[in-house]
Each structure stands twice: as C-alpha cells, then as structure tokens.
Design a protein around this ligand. Structure first.
Ligand code: GLN
Length: 311
C-alpha cells in the first residue's frame, strides 16, 4: 500500500478525539503520587503509517510514563540480546489474572508471559548489562531506537515505583527462590522501575508501535531496531496477553496486538498497517485506559483493522 493511498491519512482522528473527550468513566491510578496527580481530561492520539507519516489529535505532545506499555519492548530487547535464555525463562500463555498477580507457572516456577509484572521483571534482567545502570542504559537506548527519538526516564517516578512496589519485590523474591531470577531483587526491581518510568508522548509511542507493526524497522528513521522474528514474537504475546485479564475479549472485539499501562498509556501495532499511541489516564478495573480501549474499538471498526478479518 502506498502512503498516498493509505486510508489512515484521510481518517478523521480529530473527530474521534472530540468523541473520546466526552466519554467519562474509569479512575486515575493512585499506586504512586506521580500517577495520582495526572489530569483525567488529557487525551492524546497518534497514528503512524508504514510510510512514516504521523497523524495526531488532541494532547499528542503531553508526556507521560510508559508503565506497562514498556513491557513488549523490553521483551523484544531481551529476545534480541539472549533469545535462548528468554525462551527458557518466560512462558507465552495468557493468565486470565491481574497484571500484578503473585503467580508463577506450576512445575517450572516461570512467569506465565512477559507482559505480566513477574514476566516483565524477569525479562528486564535478561537484557545485556552487568548491573542495574548498564541494563537500564541498554533498555533506554533500545526504546529510543524504537521511538526514533532520545528518550529519558523520570527518576522521581522510578524511585516511587521502587519504594512502593511491594508486590514486585515479592515476585522478585519468589522468582529467586525458584532459581529463575539470578540478579539481586532490589537491582532487578530497579531495572524494571526505570523502564516503567520512561517518558514518551503519544507520537513517540505510536512510532514504537509502528516499528513492531513494520517488522522491527522504524518507519520514521528507516533504522532496523529488532529482527522480523522478534517483532512477530512480540506482537504475538501482545495479541494474546497484552490487555491482561481483558485479553480474550480484546482479541475478539478489537483484533490487533496492543499493550496498556496504568498511566493510561496504550500502544498498538497493526501488522503492516499502522502504529497507534493513546494517552488518557482514567483506567478500568483491569488496568486499561478507558478511552484507549474505546479508541481502538473505533479504529478497528472504521478502518477494518481486525487481523483475523476474512478478506
Ligand atoms: N509500574 C507498574 C507496576 O509494576 C506498572 C503496572 C502497569 O502499568 N500495569 O505495578
């Protein structure tokens, strides 16, 4: 499909934004003070095409922390750095449970998938680097390549995650007792917290999604970030596990790979078609941005984006 013929470029994203801002519902996450103070009325939308064109609407330049929307990208980087170890250490099965469930696969003691906290915590430790600082630098450089712009993490957010992340520490100790996590628990939670605290705009987030959708090559910079196989593996777990215990319904209703975060972030990758970034802080009880889900439903219907759609 040429960029000129791409129906996404004619899509009325401003109209969708206008409808979304009218929608109420959901609560702003209060797990850390920096998230609790988010403005519930901010709504940013951005779409990036295979030709690298950006369509944006609303507060698309407001920055926010990725939170769990970082998880697929950390997984992609870990697969790139140490595929064998990642394949051995983390499953790829949906859990039907909350993102922070204290739960490991029975028998193996592995996290069920890389998109629940246990799995993300473990995969974050499997990127190249000798300690927290080196691994966090590797993650930041990789995320910046996905986004096509220099990203940074907010150290205040990271510190809060580290201090208030009791469940993540608990998961770390559990995985250490199972022999799956070899790094020190505080260091491991630190790498994960730094990753969750990376700041992006919806435009950067959409470019990150588009890089996966285009098989690992950033359509804006033209740079290859991960291999096609890594992009496919990553989108596969996003399709089945990305929206937590809402994932089954998500695949049926929306039908493309996506990942949400408690900041109200949502990234989607529609293979060969587009990358999408949404930011709207109120989240539903499963942890997904209420307006983010509505945006994806509308785009899926209006542009025929369900990947299992016959013809
Ligand atoms: N930082 C959050 C945590 O680990 C991320 C959770 C999320 O966005 N679902 O609890």
């Amino acid at each position: 499909m040429t960029a000129a013929a791409d129906p996404v470029l004619d899509y009325d994203l401003a109209g969708l934004h206008a409808r979304l801002v009218q929608q109420r519902g959901g609560e702003v996450d209060d797990s850390i003070p920096e998230l609790a103070s988010a403005d519930p009325d901010v709504v940013g939308l951005a779409v990036v095409t295979p030709g690298g064109r950006v369509v944006e609407a609303g507060d698309s330049d407001v920055v926010f922390s990725l939170q769990s929307a970082v998880k697929p990208f950390v997984y992609a980087l870990a697969l790139t750095d140490d595929r064998d170890r990642v394949a051995e250490a983390v499953g790829s099965e949906p859990t039907g449970e909350a993102f922070d469930a204290i739960h490991l696969e029975s028998g193996t003691g592995r996290p069920a998938n890389p998109l629940v906290n246990a799995g993300a915590l473990l995969t974050a430790t499997l990127v190249t680097g000798d300690d927290r600082a080196a691994k966090s630098a590797r993650v930041l450089a990789g995320l910046s390549a996905f986004a096509g712009t220099e990203l940074a993490h907010d150290t205040t957010v990271s510190r809060s995650e580290q201090l208030l992340g009791d469940r993540n520490h608990a998961l770390g100790h559990l995985m250490r007792s199972e022999g799956q996590l070899t790094m020190d628990v505080d260091e491991a939670v630190g790498v994960y917290a730094d990753a969750c605290a990376v700041q992006v705009s919806t435009v950067s987030l959409a470019v990150m999604g588009a890089t996966l959708a285009l098989g690992g090559r950033n359509p804006v910079t033209g740079r290859r970030v991960v291999s096609e196989q890594v992009a496919r593996d990553t989108m596969s777990v996003m399709a089945t596990c990305g929206m937590y215990d809402g994932s089954g319904r998500w695949l049926q209703r929306v039908g493309f790979p996506a990942k949400s975060g408690v900041s109200g972030s949502l990234v989607a990758a529609v293979p060969r078609r587009l990358g999408l970034g949404v930011y709207s802080p109120p989240i539903d009880p499963t942890g997904n941005s209420v307006r983010g889900v509505l945006a994806c439903e509308a785009l899926s219907d209006d542009l025929g984006l369900h990947v299992l759609q016959p013809a």
